[in-house]
Design a protein around this ligand. Sequence first.
Ligand SMILES: C[S@@+](CC[C@H](N)C(=O)[O-])C[C@H]1O[C@@H](n2cnc3c(N)ncnc32)[C@H](O)[C@@H]1O
Length: 192
Amino acid sequence: MMRMRGGTSNPSAKRARTKGHSIKSEISPAEMMGMKEVLRRSHFNGNHLEIGTAAGGTLKEIINCYVEPRPNFFVIDPMTYFPNQFEKICQNLRSANIDPKIVTFWKGTSAQFLKSYETRDKSFDFIFIDGNHAHYFVMLDLDWCDRLSVGGVVCLHDNSPAHPGVGWAVNSKPKLRQSWAVRVPYDFTQEN
Ligand SMILES: C[S@@+](CC[C@H](N)C(=O)[O-])C[C@H]1O[C@@H](n2cnc3c(N)ncnc32)[C@H](O)[C@@H]1O
């Protein structure tokens, strides 16, 4: 499990949160570099999941870490973050030469889909959790960790003082501490 500190030093991320219309990734360049490094080293070929995609800015970078045949990509998001969110995501993916059809979009909350028919048989090599950062919702998002393949990686964004609910949620799941390796392959602390 890799913890990401949070894009507090990324001005474009701050803009995106305020206006909600940017098509850029909401994670910082250093976090992006760290995440890509993990993916490149891991050689995953199983399912990838992003919980909370905003405009798909990080999604397109994750997808473009791979060449054909790519693994399967899934996104869960209520698609109410800003107007025309889904259209904007598709536009963003196309701008990176990615056909949006290669991504399965599950429109709704992570809790709604956890036990749904569509997802119940799926496991994931890679899960990026970046949805609602309130404690209660992060707790629900962390239930997806039970779907992680052996050797898989979960990245959790915004585990930072600006979003205390994220850290509280992680710390209140003792199972995560007992059975998971916490890896920080990139020193995110250098960026602030
Ligand atoms: C911080 S943004 C995601 C940023 C994106 N991961 C990136 O790196 O550019 C949060 C997203 O989470 C979505 N969201 C909010 N509550 C959610 C929930 N309960 N389950 C899944 N997604 C959620 C919002 O609609 C929004 O698109």
